[in-house]
Design a protein around this ligand. Structure first.
Ligand SMILES: C[S@@+](CC[C@H](N)C(=O)[O-])C[C@H]1O[C@@H](n2cnc3c(N)ncnc32)[C@H](O)[C@@H]1O
Length: 275
């Protein structure tokens, strides 16, 4: 059974406004929070730094090991893991528009044999049990209306002893739901996950916590950088995105920045191991 939010999310990411915005603002590889060294660093550079930091947690995997990227966007992380670490990556993603761009980039970069792209929903993974050595997910699980189910699906397709490396924007435990409403409205959700939720799901599945590294200030840095980029490139972006979308995005980013500054949001790298 899929949660209602899946159709809304698919429609959003498949819209030409969202596809063009993410593709042009982030540079076409990644759509996730970056690890910034300074305020003026390009979004794409900081985004790759997040991928590098996550890949450190998988450096023990041998070449050819199979990694599933859950909610893979344009597949930048998959290409990085294939190119730098020789891993075989399966990108599972809901958005057909993103998946098409992902396949094109894999072909152009000579990685079509190393990175598969599968259309699908992470609440119902279209894979056999015990198919992967590791599962990876960046800033995607927040979009689920049933996050426990996503963890259960990850557990099912992951081999015993496999690693799970996740980043996600999360709400701080105990935060007033009303105060988060403007943030949640932008992503059409009733709630976000919290570190406590993810640790509890992991504990129920018998996973061990390898590390939890929170970088909450990077969430504020990142959305501030995206908003600055939107403002400075407004006329260029207006060729690709509607004025209405850009206005909504600016307001939405403002809500995320504010909630982050108020200490209501968290973001970081969570590393678990199955069994
Ligand atoms: C913020 S983007 C992150 C994309 C990618 N992980 C990255 O870091 O570049 C969120 C992604 O989650 C995907 N997504 C949302 N709900 C999903 C679902 N139910 N099943 C699979 N993918 C989903 C969207 O299509 C989108 O690509």
């Amino acid at each position: 059974m899929k949660s209602n939010v899946v159709d809304v999310t698919k429609e959003y990411y498949d819209s030409s406004d969202a596809d063009n915005f993410y593709f042009h603002v982030w540079g076409g590889e990644d759509i996730h929070i970056g690890l910034y060294k300074n305020d003026s660093e390009p979004i794409a550079d900081a985004s790759v730094r997040t991928v590098e930091a996550m890949a450190e947690r998988l450096k023990h995997l041998p070449a050819g090991a199979r990694v599933l990227d859950v909610g893979a966007g344009y597949g930048g992380a998959g290409r990085y893991l294939a190119r730098k670490h020789g891993l075989h990556v399966t990108c599972l993603n809901l958005s057909l528009a993103q998946n098409e761009r992902n396949r094109q980039m894999n072909r152009r970069q000579g990685l079509a044999d190393n990175v598969d792209v599968v259309d699908g929903d992470f609440e119902n993974l279209p894979f056999e049990a015990d198919s992967f050595d590791a599962v990876w997910s960046q800033d995607a699980i927040l979009h689920s209306g049933n996050r426990k189910r996503v963890f259960e699906e990850i557990d099912r397709v992951l081999k015993a002893g496999g690693d799970i490396v996740i980043t996600d924007p999360m709400q701080k435990s105990g935060v007033d739901k009303k105060a988060l409403r403007p943030v949640l409205d932008r992503i059409h959700l009733e709630s976000m996950g919290s570190v406590a939720d993810y640790k509890a799901f992991a504990a129920d599945l018998g996973w061990s916590v390898q590390s939890v590294d929170l970088h909450n200030h990077q969430l504020v840095n990142h959305y501030s950088r995206v908003r600055a980029e939107l403002r400075s490139r407004e006329s260029d972006l207006r060729e690709h995105c509607s004025a209405e979308y850009m206005d909504r995005m600016q307001k939405g980013l403002g809500h995320w920045i504010e909630a982050g500054k108020q200490g209501r949001l968290e973001w970081g790298i969570l590393h678990f191991r199955k069994g």
